[in-house]
Design a protein around this ligand. Sequence first.
Ligand code: MN
Length: 260
Amino acid sequence: MCTSLFDDPAAAAETISDHASPSQPADAALLGDLAIANRILFRQGVVDGFGHVSARHDKHPDRFLLARNMAPALVTPSDIVTFDFDGRALDANGRAVYLERFIHAEIYRARPDVMAVVHSHSVAVVPFSILKGVPFRAVCHMGGFIGICAPIFEIRDIAGESSDLLIRNSALGAGVAKSLGAGNVVLMRGHGSTVVGDRLKQAVFRAVYTENNARLQAEAMRLGPIEPLTEGEAETTARVIDTQVDRAWDLWKMQAEGQI
Ligand code: MN
């Protein structure tokens, strides 16, 4: 049975030397929202001790912001590090960084429209990464952004038969980005999933509802044949529901801050 703890903690951390100093600091509000995003994703069950969320740098579009190697629920703005698209840290100052930062780097490189990325091992999604002949697809209006078939990244195509399944270099990250294509969600066989958005709040929303859609689809398939959304319904619902992202974010933020 799949669990969310695929990564060996020791193997998933890496200490690297800084490549250069960022010329302009990121917006403080963006860093604050990124810290909150980490906590929301934990409270919503998308990440546990593992998984990460990043945002494209607001001043340097060829860089991105991602926490140092740590549990997402504990991230504060001061824990956030700037990276370039080769996965090089610019201001880590000796702090350990996530091994799988190449997922984020290569998606930002390939997709100028993407402003935020969430990578997780959320448990309801993982079964769809290993099922044969059962596409993961939008089955309710809140999951319309998933579309009619989420692609699956097959790491053996790049890393061979005995890899640790981790996205530990640029070539593997580029493979994930290629599988994602122009979509919003990519599954990673036996590992997890990665979700993108045109803004941070949208990426967080999509990560939460990717997990919810997986639960719904699996439950429905236990009961009988399913009738998923059509391609047109997926597109329409995605567009309409996207106007409501802030409503969920505001609720989840208060919950993550312990206010409700
Ligand atoms: Mn991972």
